[in-house]
Design a protein around this ligand. Structure first.
Ligand code: ADP
Ligand code: MG
Length: 674
């Protein structure tokens, strides 16, 4: 039949629309089905009744039972999001906050930042419409600064409480006070493992709600001999599973950090390419804190038929993220952690054996969809005798300077008597107070100064905040902002190309600063990046990670905003344009103003360094521009320590003794500086 064209169009549109509706209905019904299949669903009403009845509730359940994604939705459906109040849920890890928010937004049928939002350091997606907000525990601690009573929230879920991160522990203490002030407020503490009793005791015998999960048996395999290199052992194990196990089923590998994960991902990809056609397809998905969100999503995409997914993760996949379809787990048996020595005041990142509890959690990830297998890259003897039973709460193994400053700002001055779940040592608290005094954040009487109040406004460590404040006085705020933004943990900036090794090396060397070490090298990179118009091509040509610089750019913008608000940054022409000759020196002084306590002197033999205040041996990290400098730099400050075979200083800058004497006058003894 001859249908007129416009009628035809209309008909087509109608069919298209109908198809869309059918698709949407399908999507919704599949979401509904998934939601109903989760173990928590059967306890929905009982849970809500308990929340109504008690002010504090401890919820315990297996990973994957639906605590993180479902609880906030139940609370929302029950009306906790009414009267302009929000439902909050904290996560110890940034990746988890972002990824869970995306998932829940999808389930609720909204965009991230609308009804469901998230807030992590240097990245916030929420609006007036937001009723369910996921955030890192650290961000919630900061919210206390502007909203003492958390008036915006009707209920807060402290999720993954068993992780016992520093910020979660601080939150628990802050909530203990808040609950008395706000009888209408509800607190839910959610935890994966069985140490729930401790939380209950802490909150005056709060009731524990158990969500029984389903779990299939997991067969455990150990290596016969200790593995000299767990990375290569992991790679070999992946291929052994991939080629010998006929059935489908994805693999989850636990390693300790981004570098390892990327190395392994590259290696797997290369080998797969060589074996193309001879083996089944492998979908390789790395996951770690600094991975951009688009790539994070990939780990949740269904595995194509006839392929096998290999997820390579830090301990984030231990309990924070649930990936369906995992049948095989490979566990390296290690974890990267902060280690703090209160005697020396030195904090460093170390790779250490993980706890038995962690190893068991990791193994458990293989038994969610059916019986699974876990390959431990260590011996049974090590598991039984060498691994500590439980992880140490972070508050007992970290520097507390930042936390002490925040708590003082919140009016908590008597830290020694604060009701911590696990009390940090007095030594650690005293160290923090001493450094805050030396930085000028506290006065002789231990009271917060104006400088301290300003420092607390920055979401950065106190030493970095102090450098920013000093840079304003030294008229180099913009420059120090660039450096600070690049020093914030944004990932590895330098691309090490295997094929073009020389070219990459030369490109990187062209940025080296002769006088200012790594800090001014970063500044040179920033300036050239800005000159290029923030061009991805420029980064590519210079063997630099575009996404790292892009992230630094966003960090800088946000720190800039705080500086403007505090009146630290003038809008006029850059100060450096007026006095270009002394810029480098002024920048270095500003960095010293924050980092004098992390200084080291070349030993008389000229091969190692010792820290100024505690006389500890340290070395310059091989990645530093000052590594192997001729002649070696005599006096330096460092940004951080990493412990591998020895204590290495990463990001190092030369300093002058008189700067240390000036900025560290309340820190050093006279003899330290001789
Ligand atoms: P719990 O917090 O109890 O460990 P979750 O609420 O995180 O459990 O997860 C419940 C289920 O939701 C998981 O089994 C998984 O299928 C699904 N899920 C969670 N996050 C995502 C995501 N980002 N993408 C897809 N599915 C997800
Ligand atoms: Mg969870």
């Amino acid at each position: 039949p001859d249908i007129p064209e416009d009628e035809m169009k209309e008909l087509e549109n109608k069919i298209e629309l109908e198809e869309l509706i059918v698709q949407e209905e399908k999507r919704i019904s599949s979401i509904e089905e998934t939601k109903k299949s989760l173990p928590v669903f059967q306890f929905r009403d009982e849970l809500l009744r308990s929340v109504g009845k008690y002010q504090v509730l401890i919820v315990v359940g297996e990973t994957g039972s639906g605590k993180t994604t479902q609880l906030p939705q139940y609370l929302y459906e029950a009306g906790y999001g009414k009267h302009g109040k929000m439902i909050g849920c904290t996560q110890p890890r940034r990746v988890a906050a972002v990824s869970v928010a995306a998932r829940v937004a999808d389930e609720v049928g909204t965009r991230v930042g609308d009804k469901v939002g998230y807030s992590i350091r240097f990245d916030e997606k929420s609006s007036e419409n937001t009723v369910i907000k996921y955030m890192t525990d650290g961000m919630l601690v900061r919210e206390f600064l502007t909203d003492h009573d958390l008036a915006k929230y009707s209920v807060m879920i402290i999720d993954e409480a068993h992780e016992r991160t520093l910020q979660t522990d601080i939150l628990l203490g802050l909530f203990k006070n808040l609950l008395k002030k706000r009888p209408d407020f509800k607190l839910i503490i959610s935890s994966a493992t069985i140490n729930a009793k401790k939380f209950s005791d802490y909150f005056d015998s709060a009731p524990i709600f158990n969500v029984p999960g389903r779990r299939y048996p997991v067969e455990i395999f150990y290596t016969q001999q200790p593995e000299a290199n767990y990375l290569s052992a992991a790679i070999i194990t992946v291929f052994q599973i991939h080629m010998s196990q006929k059935s489908s089923g994805d693999i989850l590998v636990f390693l300790t950090g981004q570098d390892e994960i990327e190395t392994m991902a590259e290696n797997l990809a290369e080998t797969c390419k060589k074996l193309e056609g001879q083996i089944k397809e492998m979908v390789i998905c790395p996951i770690y804190a600094n991975l951009p969100p688009e790539q994070q999503k990939r780990i949740f995409e269904p595995t194509p038929k006839n392929a096998r997914k290999v997820v390579i993760s830090t301990n984030i996949a231990e309990t924070s993220l649930t990936i369906d379809g995992i049948v095989y787990v490979i566990d390296c048996g290690f974890v990267k952690e902060n280690v703090y020595n209160a005697t020396t005041g030195m904090e460093s990142l170390e790779v250490l054996p993980c706890s038995k509890a962690s190893a068991d959690q990791r193994a458990g990830r293989a038994g969610r969809v059916g019986p699974g297998k876990c390959f431990r890259l260590y011996t049974k003897w090590v598991y039984l005798n060498d691994l500590p039973r439980n992880p140490t709460p972070e508050i007992l193994r970290t520097d507390l300077t930042g936390v002490v400053l925040l708590m003082m700002t919140l009016g908590i001055t008597d830290l020694v008597h604060f009701d911590f779940m696990d009390k940090p040592s007095t030594k650690t608290l005293v160290k923090a107070l001493e450094l805050l005094y030396a930085l000028g954040a506290l006065n002789e009487r231990g009271e917060l100064t104006n400088v301290g109040i300003k420092m607390a406004m920055f979401p950065t460590k106190p030493m970095l905040s102090k450098s920013l404040l000093a840079s304003s006085e030294l008229k180099c705020c913009d420059e120090v902002l660039s450096i600070v933004s690049m020093l914030e943990d944004t990932g590895s900036l330098f691309v090490n190309s295997k094929e073009k090794k020389e070219m990459a090396k030369n490109a990187h060397a062209s940025f080296h600063s002769k006088i200012g070490g790594d800090h001014l090298t970063l500044l040179q990179i920033w300036d050239k990046f800005a000159e290029s118009g923030f061009s991805p091509q420029w980064c590519h040509d210079n063997f630099l990670q575009y996404k790292v610089l892009q992230k630094a750019r966003s960090v800088k913008k946000q720190l800039q905003r705080i500086c403007r608000r505090l009146g630290l940054l003038s809008d006029g022409p850059h100060e450096s344009e007026r006095e270009p000759n002394t810029t480098a020196l002024r920048v270095m002084k500003a960095i010293t103003a924050g980092y004098f306590s992390q200084s080291a002197r070349l030993s008389p033999r000229g091969d190692t360094y010792t820290t100024l205040s505690r006389k500890q041996p340290v070395l310059i990290h091989p990645s530093s521009t000052l590594h192997g400098a001729v002649p070696p730099v005599k006096l330096i400050v460092y940004h951080e320590l990493v412990m591998t075979t020895k204590e290495f200083m990463r990001h190092v800058m030369p300093v002058q003794g008189k700067w240390l004497a000036e900025y560290g006058r309340n820190y050093f003894d006279k003899k330290d500086l001789l």
